[in-house]
Design a protein around this ligand. Structure first.
Ligand code: NAD
Length: 425
């Protein structure tokens, strides 16, 4: 299954506003000065290019390509490239800033970036996509670089596109530069452990939170929304650690079994059934798939799409702990309801940062010219995730704020302090 680096917050609210709402709250709690606030609020670099591509019918079509570097204060920018019909500058800016906070929360030496090309890859041939990816790379040749800006896959792109990017960048530099991009195929320098990395980070965050809430994993129940890369790995690893997974769902519906679903069986069924759980016999199908979110479980893992916990259902949630595998599953307006109910929500920028952490490991391995074992990758990413959780938890106690705002506080504080040391002009 394709690996996707931190991505969409395409909610009903404006993505930039949704992010800024939480950023503003954290900045206020931190007492961030107006000067630094303005530095962090504005992207460092925004590049827009026109990409004329010869289509298969011989006609030339011009595409718009965007790359935004929100910040390179902590290090080179890091963030995916999306190929989608509705890509626009505002969205890319929000996602780039979001990457800054995500990298800072897990304390990896990266700033935040994001890119996109407005196109519909579903309607394009492989050759057209390849020409577009190569043209975009060449247009961004001075922006990208292992020490400047390191792209990755996002919506509509995957390892194949990253291989083309690496190749085009390498040709332009007259040498192989695999550290310019992550999410590459394994043979081109991709990292072991990357496929399960995000689900694994969700598991580590969930266990750390359960310890704080004094929930015994061996007596706990859990529901997981989404059974793709993140959801199925999170479910499997949580089950291995003692939790009873009573419900899972995918686009075909939600499946429930009070006695626990055998996750290995569910994965095997999905893999032999065109990637869906439709017809899965190990559980009963719920009439309304959204019921999964309202089940009386200890742990709820939304790992499908954005904006599923909103003001319309937040007050009916019974879980004690929410661990956000997906990006942006909770709308900013639902935050207050979740907090009032005393539910701990481990936010996306912390809980699903296992993916970007292993991307960072891919870059480290490429630069070392050495390949780590899966065991080493897992051990190191588990440690990073656990340390990040502990830091955010500590900040939530210190500032008396929910985990989400605490995560922003940790991130903003780190970037602001680094900026202050480095200084401006
Ligand atoms: P995926 O495409 O592998 O899986 C998505 C799953 O969600 C599928 O099972 C799909 O059927 C299901 N789904 C879609 N709409 C649904 C709905 N309305 N209700 C229930 N299920 C639904 O994607 P993924 O890589 O697992 O990503 C899931 C989320 O995690 C996304 O928000 C993504 O941005 C985020 N994320 C992924 C990674 C990663 O490493 N893959 C990293 C960080 C964040």
């Amino acid at each position: 299954m394709a690996y996707i680096e931190p991505a969409p917050i395409k909610d009903a609210e404006n993505p930039l506003e949704s992010m800024m709402e939480r950023f503003n709250l954290a900045a206020e709690k931190l007492g961030l000065s107006d000067e630094v606030y303005n530095v962090l609020k504005n992207p460092a670099k925004q590049v827009i290019v026109s990409l004329p591509i010869t289509m298969d019918n011989g006609k030339i079509k011009v595409f718009e390509g965007i790359r935004v570097i929100h910040s390179n204060i902590l290090g080179p920018a890091k963030g995916g490239i999306r190929f989608a019909p509705d890509v626009h500058l505002d969205e890319v800016r929000a996602l780039a800033a979001w990457m800054t906070w995500k990298c800072a929360v897990v304390d990896i030496p990266y700033g935040g970036g994001k890119g996109g090309v407005r196109c519909n890859p579903r309607e394009m041939s492989k050759g057209e996509i390849e020409r577009l990816m190569r043209a975009y790379t060449l247009a961004m040749i001075d922006v990208f670089g292992p020490d400047k800006d390191i792209p990755a896959p996002d919506m509509g792109t995957g390892p194949r596109e990253m291989a083309w990017l690496m190749d085009e960048y390498s040709k332009a530099h007259g040498m192989t530069v695999n550290a310019v991009v992550t999410g590459k195929p394994l043979v081109l320098g991709g990292s072991l452990g990357r496929t399960e990395a995000t689900g694994r980070g969700v598991m580590v965050s969930a266990l750390a939170a359960m310890q704080k809430l004094k929930i015994n994993p061996f007596q706990a129940t859990c529901a997981v929304q989404g059974f793709g890369n993140v959801g199925s790995w999170a479910a499997l690893l949580l089950e291995e650690r003692g939790l009873k997974i009573v419900s899972v769902s995918d686009i075909s519906g939600a499946y429930h079994n009070e006695n626990g679903i055998n996750i290995q069986e569910a994965i095997a069924y999905r893999d032999s059934n065109n990637g869906t759980l439709e017809g899965f016999k190990g559980a009963e199908k719920l009439t309304d798939p959204m019921e999964l979110l309202l089940l009386d479980v200890d742990v709820l893992v939304p790992a499908a799409v954005e904006d599923v916990i909103t003001t319309s259902n937040a007050d009916k949630i019974k879980a004690k702990l929410i661990v956000e595998g997906a990006n942006g599953p909770t709308s900013a307006k639902a935050d207050a309801i979740i907090n009032e109910k005393g539910i701990m929500a481990v936010p996306d920028i912390l809980a699903n940062a296992g993916g970007v952490t292993v991307s960072y490991f891919e870059w480290v391995q490429n630069r070392l010219g050495y390949k780590w074992t899966a065991e080493r990758v897992n051990r190191r990413s588990d440690r990073i995730m656990k340390d990040a959780f502990d830091n955010v938890y500590e900040a939530s106690v210190k500032y008396d704020v929910p985990m989400r705002i605490a995560a922003y506080i940790v991130a903003i504080d780190k970037v602001a302090k680094t900026y202050t040391f480095r200084g401006g002009f």
